[in-house]
Design a protein around this ligand. Structure first.
Ligand code: DNO
Length: 387
């Protein structure tokens, strides 16, 4: 497998020469400055491509070319946005970048409630607290019918939390869930947006009446529209699983388990319709047998995100060490079935001074470097075994 690294472009404080020094072979990046829905021009793509090439690296994967909300919810303007998307794909392919990650999560991409959860060894990790999230849903968004999605025991804990949470803590929770985790990935809400909660509520409204069946239809409509271009240029699209892989905020989520992934791959049964095998996202549901999913989908997954989670209590989870037996098995399966895959260490801990560098949440330097070192060691042993 190829060792890649998610790099956020020339403004990223982690430079390409730093990445060369730690054994990175390929770059995963996106033109984050271009607003969601606009065309990535040939010039802009070529410029970024050259920067990476001049550093002695290659642009291996686009993560992400974002799919606009109007495409996901099937709004009238979707055809125009699909045209733009196709244009961007064509431009990428002409420059030679042909593996493209995207997601089809309505309104909100990945969800965490705490970006600095302290561990005993002094490092910090990302955490999802189901009660804090339910508080956000029931008390902050005040979503109609929200209470029906939680157990009586969970709701009682939410009420307890509502008595002690301070205004600062509440503001931080909002910032974490809908701004900090979303802004840097061309999400719907960015740093500096006024009234993010109202903005978020208006986005939720767009999905009224859209269930899993309808969202699947919208995905297939879109996939079929881009397929001729993907097929012509040999572009491999790879959908990212929902993180976390379960239903949230009354929104449909359609990439949560083996059944969902198989459905999508069969709906458009073509090599251009692939999967981003994000072991960490999938592992956050106890129902997912992640190595088994790797056995099923490795051959259709050109892109591999390596990290894992530990479930805590009734449905919290946190990101665990990359040195993990399930991940070893996932890597072994990929080495056997799809050794050309581009892998990247996903989400590192904050450690050794990462905290004050302004890195995007989950994308620390030392934490990810440690992860890359661990994964490289695991890979070397696997490759030796398979000789
Ligand atoms: C978070 C990431 C996601 C991912 C997108 C792919 O760290 O895993 O934001 O990049 O969902 O489209």
């Amino acid at each position: 497998m190829k060792k890649t690294w998610r790099w956020f472009g020339p403004k990223d404080p982690i430079t390409l020469s730093m990445l060369k020094q730690i054994g990175v072979e390929g770059i995963v990046t996106a033109l984050h400055d271009i607003p969601n829905g606009e065309v990535w021009t040939l010039d802009a793509i070529q410029h970024r491509y050259n920067i990476i090439k001049d550093a002695g690296l290659e642009w291996s994967v686009v993560e992400s070319l974002p799919v606009s909300e109007a495409i996901k919810c099937g709004a009238p303007e979707r055809d125009r946005l699909i045209e733009n998307y196709i244009q961007s794909l064509e431009n990428l392919a002409r420059v030679g970048v042909k593996t493209v990650c995207y997601n089809f999560m309505p309104v909100i991409d990945w969800i965490r409630t705490d970006l600095e959860h302290p561990l005993d060894d002094g490092t910090k990790t990302l955490y999802y607290d189901r009660i804090k999230f339910a508080y956000f849903d029931c008390h902050i968004l005040q979503r109609e019918g929200a209470a029906a999605d939680y157990s009586p025991e969970g709701l009682a804990q939410v009420e307890e939390l509502s008595k002690v949470i301070t205004p600062d803590e509440e503001a931080k929770l909002i910032d974490t869930i809908i701004v900090k985790t979303q802004g840097f990935i061309n999400g719907n809400i960015s740093e500096g947006d006024k009234n993010p909660v109202e903005l978020f509520k208006s986005l939720l409204k767009r999905y009224e009446g859209i269930d899993r069946g309808q969202l699947r239809e919208n995905l297939v409509y879109w996939l079929k529209a881009i397929l001729p271009t993907c097929s012509k240029y040999g572009i491999q699209m790879c959908i990212h699983p929902d993180d976390p892989p379960f239903q949230v905020l009354g929104l449909p989520r359609i990439v949560t388990n083996a059944h969902d992934v198989a459905w999508i791959l069969n709906a458009v049964d073509h090599p251009s319709n692939g999967f981003t095998f994000c072991a960490g996202s999938l592992s956050a549901s106890k129902e997912n047998d992640v190595p088994q999913m790797a056995r099923l989908f490795a051959s259709r997954s050109p892109f591999l995100h390596l990290r894992y989670t530990t479930t805590v209590g009734e449905g919290d989870f946190m990101e665990s060490s990359h040195l993990n037996p399930e991940l070893i098995e996932v890597m072994r399966i990929f080495e056997q079935q799809n050794p050309a895959v581009a892998m990247r260490p996903d989400h590192g801990r904050d450690m050794l001074g990462d905290e004050d560098k302004g890195y995007n949440p989950g994308y620390s330097f030392h934490g990810r470097m440690l992860a890359l070192g661990q994964l490289s060691g695991m890979l070397a042993v696997i490759q030796e075994e398979l000789k």
